[in-house]
Design a protein around this ligand. Structure first.
Ligand code: GDP
Ligand code: MG
Length: 166
């Protein structure tokens, strides 16, 4: 049960918060493998019989500049190197062009992809159903997890599933 997991998504959806929570719970190492250009933060989560390396990526967005284009390519190239992918969205925002841009890229990736709907602590439960509706059929998700990276809701369950499937 070990492998690499990339966390991708638009800026500000909570990717770094999730990584911090995962590593903060069961810490091994938090290292900043920073070349500024790649800027990939990795956190290692270990249990008695598993080790998962989580890779935080700079937010993927529709590139508007050459630097932006470079950052996005860097984030996307990570996808080729991992065993599973977490695509994180903000439960409080509607599906937009930025998400569609990422989803189009994900359609080409043959890896298990988990849809993680973050910030459920700040929405009404009815709204969660709406969001699920918007994303459910976008691609074939390995699984869908509504979570709060900030408060920790459902994060242990997400980790358990990843661990079992890696
Ligand atoms: P990133 O750009 O995807 O890495 O996003 P960050 O992890 O930096 O989070 C962006 C903002 O969203 C920060 O102010 C976080 O505190 C906030 N945030 C992240 N996760 C949650 C969550 O589960 N609930 C709430 N209410 N805020 C969150
Ligand atoms: Mg971040």
């Amino acid at each position: 049960h070990s492998g690499f997991v990339a966390i991708i998504g638009r800026p500000n959806v909570g990717k770094s918060t999730l990584l911090n929570r995962i590593v903060g719970q069961k810490v091994a190492i938090m290292s900043d493998k920073a070349q500024t250009t790649r800027n990939r933060i990795q956190g290692i989560y270990t249990t008695d019989d598993s080790q998962m390396v989580f890779i935080d990526t700079p937010g993927i967005h529709k590139p508007h500049s050459r630097l932006g284009d470079f950052m996005v390519k860097s984030a996307l190239s990570t996808l080729g190197e991992v065993d599973a992918i977490i695509f994180m969205i903000n439960a409080d925002e509607r599906r937009g062009a930025g998400d569609n841009f990422i989803i189009d890229r994900l359609k080409e990736v043959k890896k298990p992809i988990y849809l993680v709907i973050n910030k459920i602590d700040q929405i009404h439960p009815d709204h969660l159903l709406e969001i699920m509706d918007q994303y459910q059929d976008a691609i074939k998700w390995e699984d869908i997890y509504p979570i709060s990276a900030l408060e920790g809701n459902n994060v242990p369950e997400l980790l358990a599933t990843l661990q079992a499937k890696l």
